[in-house]
Design a protein around this ligand. Structure first.
Ligand code: DGY
Length: 328
């Protein structure tokens, strides 16, 4: 019997490929850049399974162009690049890779928070530019942590992992979320549930951990930035579109907030001449929240498992549109 045909839109860690190698007829896009949309349209015409990344636009046209497609397996927890409703209507399950990237993303959130508040990259630039001529009693002063307030917007797995790390810093933690956590969990994490408005007003550090949806698109815009303290820092390791970037740029330039640490931007990649990159009070990394060796291997394994199970017509271990199983 012939093996199912699978297209993988980039090279992924070997641990995932090992699971697929003997089971499917594999085509991998080997280039560093994602396949252009027109090529992706061609590639999907005869495939049974697609293993894709957040850089691939999986829209109506693409799904329609893939009449044999049985499963879309995304190697990421977020899936805002996929037209989920359309996939569901077509009866195609969509898989993602939750859980395994929680800790790595929470680590990077803290790395950005520490780096921007304690002016790490600014300090390095200072040395490189030969400005370090003596120890400065008033130079490169940054924020204090003990007793400060951390505000977490979106208290899913990653938000909670960020909160757990905050304990060691003796921070007060506020959070807002679509659904309130149980009192037990709130107690365990040491977090207090507040409205978005209260969080914006009271937090010294604000970290975003919501998915990008119609409701969260530009959740943080001019009004919200004005509600924040002038001394506050904003961290985003979720999705660029959650922040209105033009509003953020003005707020940073005009001192409405103190600084920002961004692992995600809109668009991605951010053009190298973007004005945000000229500001001292911003640190930007190229969407590396999950970029640790173990995490990326685990993501590849889950994506491969989702794919194989989907090809057999069985329910995916991690499915983001389980309604698909009710409809068909
Ligand atoms: C995700 O998985 O959605 C992250 O943004 C990338 O790992």
């Amino acid at each position: 019997m012939s093996k199912p045909k699978v297209f993988i839109t980039r090279q992924i860690p070997q641990a995932g490929l090992d699971l697929l190698q003997d089971q499917v007829e594999l085509e991998i896009w080997m280039q560093n850049e994602p396949p252009p949309y027109t090529i992706l349209l061609e590639k999907v015409q005869n495939i049974d399974g697609l293993l894709c990344l957040l850089t691939d636009k999986i829209d109506q046209q693409l799904i329609t162009n893939a009449p044999h497609l049985k499963v879309i397996s995304q190697m990421a927890v977020g899936y805002d690049n996929i037209d989920l409703n359309f996939a569901t209507n077509k009866g195609i399950p969509v898989g993602n890779t939750p859980g395994v990237l929680t800790e790595a993303t929470a680590d990077l959130t803290w790395a950005l928070l520490m780096a921007i508040t304690r002016r790490i990259t600014e300090g390095q630039e200072y040395i490189k530019q030969g400005k370090w001529t003596t120890w400065q009693p008033m130079g490169l002063l940054g924020a204090d942590f003990v007793g400060a307030t951390l505000g977490i917007i979106g208290m899913g797995r990653i938000g909670q992992a960020v909160a757990r790390r905050a304990k060691g810093f003796n921070l007060n933690i506020l959070y807002t979320n679509r659904r309130r956590l149980t009192l037990n969990l709130e107690q365990e994490l040491g977090v207090n549930y507040v409205t978005l408005e209260q969080l914006l007003k009271e937090a010294d550090f604000i970290s975003l951990h919501t998915p990008l949806t119609e409701e969260t698109y530009h959740l943080i815009s001019t009004k919200e930035l004005k509600q924040m303290k002038k001394t506050a820092f904003l961290i985003n390791t979720a999705r660029g579109g959650i922040i209105d970037q033009n509003a953020l740029l003005s707020a940073l330039k005009e001192g409405e907030i103190a600084g920002a640490g961004l692992d995600v931007t809109e668009p991605e990649p951010l053009p190298k001449d973007h004005e945000l990159l000229t500001l001292n009070n911003v640190i930007i990394t190229p969407h590396i929240g999950s970029a640790s060796y173990k995490t990326r291997s685990q993501m590849a394994i889950i994506a491969a498992q989702n794919l194989l199970v989907g090809l057999q017509g069985l329910p995916l271990p991690y499915c983001v549109n389980s309604a698909v199983y009710n409809n068909h």
